[in-house]
Write a protein that binds this ligand. Structure first.
Ligand code: GLN
Length: 475
């Protein structure tokens, strides 16, 4: 087995046994990137000297690919946007500091949809990323570079972020494990904000155990992020020891089963996953999430509203691109933003500004907040009855470039991931099978209650053990 093929656990074992050093690992990843990333395009930049230097400082560390919106001191942080081209981070995000403290090093920056807005990575302003399982298809998004890097064996593991599905959907498209932690479980200090009431950082890996190892390093209180409670971080790795489906109550939401646009192969693979859980001793319970139908509408009010406020800081004065055509301060703002942001980001800023504007705030934003509460209550009620929900991760497998031209069709790809994001609970994507005709990977989603990651890991691992596929290796 080549070093770049290793997962986190295997890499840690090899380092501990003295079979190789962190420098060997980083060199192997770099060589692999140089040989194979030309056609995939997972990486935006890779400061080889920086990664090798960190590896020499900690010879037992494991390199992790970082989504290009998480700040690493001295490295670019573009959010895949022209507006941040040339920007260099002055500090480490808390997740990076925590990773370093736990024996990991940031190595390479991976592509994404601009400011994490999208489901295919086609909205990147800086490059194209292809699905390593089928280069004519998208890797998903917005953490498409992270998923392509893990699925294509171009890294050991990666960090992504998830606001409405951006870890889980690309993980499903590229045969990786992805974890969206509960809101507040992981610090967002130093992570460029998209929608602050939804954003979370999480691991994208080759196995559930790898994800648990990384989550153990990432989770916990941070004095720089007021949304992270002082709640103890359970030992997620230890929790896997007695992973089993026996007696686990798995909920199937009746509102999710007859969604229009659900691909028959995704349905088959999800149904087979349910059967496999049942055969392994789980109890399958039908449940209801009655406000599901409003989730998309609510998300596409709240997320753009928050984005419009968060992106106001990119004004050509403090960060990144500054228009050369400006004649006064107002045109400096307008032209820098017009030139720097891509079409989807502009669409969100305009939508968000509209729903927050006086006269419309009550009709849209504040009503959306009320419906969000109802959606959250649906989940609270369901988790009184079951341990976890099992759903498709996305309604389709990876689609072709340009296939979803109109924004609404693209938005609908997040149908299954958005409700749990609005509820603030935790969820995973675990590889579950391949489509019969085109052999594309498909993952299923498990959802557990807020701060129930230990349970989520257990159930995800129990499923991984009985799933027809192990996570990931495209080529
Ligand atoms: N695809 C969704 C969007 O475009 C979710 C993105 C995300 O989770 N960052 O908003």
């Amino acid at each position: 087995m080549e070093l770049y093929e290793l997962g986190v656990k295997e890499a840690q074992e090899g380092l501990a046994a003295g079979d190789f050093t962190a420098e060997d690992l980083v060199k192997a990843v770099i060589a692999r990137k140089n040989a194979a990333d030309g056609e995939v395009g997972a990486y935006l930049t890779f400061d080889e000297e920086h990664a090798l230097e960190l590896a020499r400082l900690n010879p037992r560390s494991v390199p992790i690919a970082i989504k290009d919106l998480i700040n690493v001191r001295g490295q670019p942080c573009t959010c895949a946007s022209k507006i941040l081209k040339g920007y260099v981070s002055p500090y480490d995000a808390t997740v990076i500091a925590k990773l370093k403290a736990a024996g990991f090093i940031p190595a390479g920056r991976v592509n994404m949809d601009e400011f994490a807005m999208g489901s295919s990575t086609e909205n990147s302003g800086l490059g194209v990323t292809r699905n390593p399982y089928d280069l004519t298809r998208v890797p998903g998004g917005s953490s498409g570079g992270s998923a392509a890097a893990v699925g294509g064996n171009l890294c050991i593991a990666a960090l992504g972020t998830d606001t409405g599905g951006s870890i889980r959907q690309p993980a499903s498209f590229c045969n990786c494990v992805g974890i969206k932690p509960s809101y507040g479980r992981v610090s967002r200090f130093g992570v460029t904000a998209f929608a602050s009431s939804l954003d979370q950082v999480g691991p994208m890996t080759k196995s559930v155990e790898d994800a648990a190892i990384l989550m153990k390093a990432l989770a916990g209180h941070d004095e720089h992020d007021g949304t992270t409670p002082r709640e103890e971080v359970p030992d997620y790795v230890k929790a896997l020891e007695d992973a089993s489906m026996k007696g686990v109550k798995i909920g199937i939401a009746k509102e999710y089963s007859n969604v229009t646009g659900l691909d028959p192969e995704v349905k088959r693979i999800t149904d087979e996953a349910v059967k496999a859980c049942e055969n392994a001793g789980a109890e399958i319970v039908e449940v209801s999430l009655p406000h599901t139908e409003y989730a998309m509408a609510v998300y596409y009010i709240i997320a753009p509203a928050e984005a419009s406020a968060n992106l106001a800081r990119f004004d050509g004065v403090r960060f990144g691109h500054r228009s050369e055509k400006a004649v006064d301060v107002f045109s400096l703002y307008c032209k820098s933003r017009a030139e720097g942001f891509g079409a989807e980001v502009k669409r969100r800023i305009i939508m968000g500004t509209y729903v927050l504007s006086s006269g419309y705030y009550d009709a849209y934003y504040s009503r959306a907040q009320k419906v969000r509460t109802l959606i959250k209550r649906d989940f609270d009620a369901v988790f009184q009855k079951v341990d976890a929900l099992l759903t498709p991760c996305a309604p389709t497998p990876a689609f072709s470039f340009g296939e979803k031209q109109d924004p609404l069709t693209m938005y609908l790809n997040d149908l299954y991931t958005i409700p749990s994001s609005l509820a603030g609970v935790c969820a995973s994507s675990v590889p579950a099978g391949f489509t019969a005709d085109s052999k594309l990977p498909v993952g299923v989603q498990f959802v557990c209650g807020g701060f129930e990651e230990a349970k989520l890991f257990k159930i995800s691992k129990a499923f991984e053990d009985i799933s027809p596929v192990k996570a990931a290796r495209a080529f």
